[in-house]
Design a protein around this ligand. Sequence first.
Ligand code: NAD
Length: 497
Amino acid sequence: MARTIPLLIDGEWRQSRSRELIEATDPATQEVLALAPKATTEEIEAAVASARQAFLEWREVPVPERARLMLRFQQLLKENHDDLAELLASETGKNFADAKGDIWRGIEVVEHAANVASLMMGETVENVARDIDTASWVQPLGVCAGITPFNFPAMIPLWMFPMAIACGNTFVLKPSEQDPLTPNWLAELFIEAGAPKGVLQVIHGGREQVDALLTHPDIRAISFVGSVAVGQHVYRTGTAHLKRVQAFAGAKNHMVILPDAHKDQVISNLIGSSCGAAGQRCMAISTAVFVGESREWIPDLAERMAELRPGHWKDQGASYGPLISPQAKQRVLRLIAEGKAEGAECLLDGSQCRVEGFPDGNWLGPTLFRGVTPKMTIYREEIFGPVLICLEVDTLDEAIALVNANPYGNGTSLFTRSGGAARHYQHAVEVGQVGINVPIPVPLPFFSFTGWKGSFYGDLHAYGKQAVRFYSETKTVTTRWFDDSPVSGPNMTIHLK
Ligand code: NAD
């Protein structure tokens, strides 16, 4: 019998009083692994009230002490890395290496959060007027909340709460209902690392619970990662309730291939970046744009891609795992069918994929289309599966125009051996994260995760210096100190000492 997982409220793991439970299933077998309760209104109120109370003390804790909490947390994450990865793999279906990578990318953000003192440094100018100085101080906001997606149940919560809490805020996390066990374990480790009561709260649920956070008057800032439709809803609702919001949304990432690129590198990078993690990465390459005669490599790409084999995470030879849910698989199957119906040529069709021993898994084989045009549904919609679509153009400038006309702007990559072409591409392309001969250019945490256009709603991005600005206020203090000389007023003479 799957257990109902608890909520973390006011420093205690509590069983929810809710009767509404969401099943979190193993995507390779459909076995129910856990039941996530939809937190009640009273429970959400209690979590926010506790976070608000905890903020009063936490904001006064010296910055180096806050940083040391992050160092201890980082150490525990490293000690539990393999066990966490097994849990993460079982609830997401990701293969073990991917599961470890998911956690590792989160650990790097915790490591970065331990540098909070230097990140929070303000600015000073002496003598802004005669004998007057101005300094800026960086102060926390209060209670912040985070809403996370299924596809990185360790990394994305770790993008959020360590940075927010290191800055002196308290935090309410609402993880994805599809894989809630990993985030709960992260929170357990955070408490074990010494997080004071109430600094982190975890509530579970879906739409209603998110809406309660978006409209709650005591929450100052919302971090969201997920799909476009929900991202827009979160941004609109959160800002309408006068909150600071950063909402990271869907993507359609293009790799542009010039004919002077190294063919084998292009093919292996295209395969890994489109089908890795079953294509369920917001930075996956889902669209290849072949320029000029590089289009001649497409048949070889199809041949190599056909060698990929999905499988269970314990199968070390498997290339990638299942999709997260039967609904997610149905969505991708619908898009593959639309691609065919709209006239794209399907060179490789993974729709009928089976994996021996796992008849109920949400499997999908690698799928490759060519002859795709920008009007087709498979170009316009994010597919979020192991499906790569190919377009063909004659020049680099045509490729740039195509990428820039796309409403998304999360990531893009150019493969070439020409420095001039690379310089032109990185300058002209309207996408926030650019790789030159790097297929998935996710920046490390000392930069920020800088998606653009329809892939991001807000102003300040995740981690790096931008996260510190997102999770804080700047206060400027302008100061004048009088010297010892007597000060004369109209009716008095005083001495300052
Ligand atoms: P999702 O939008 O379905 O869910 C994200 C979160 O929103 C979950 O916690 C969920 O409970 C909540 N939610 C779902 N429906 C809601 C509603 N109607 N109202 C309020 N809250 C709601 O996303 P997902 O399927 O879990 O994740 C996949 C998506 O996330 C993809 O589109 C992917 O591109 C995107 N993603 C983006 C980034 C990025 O950095 N840009 C990173 C990872 C994932």
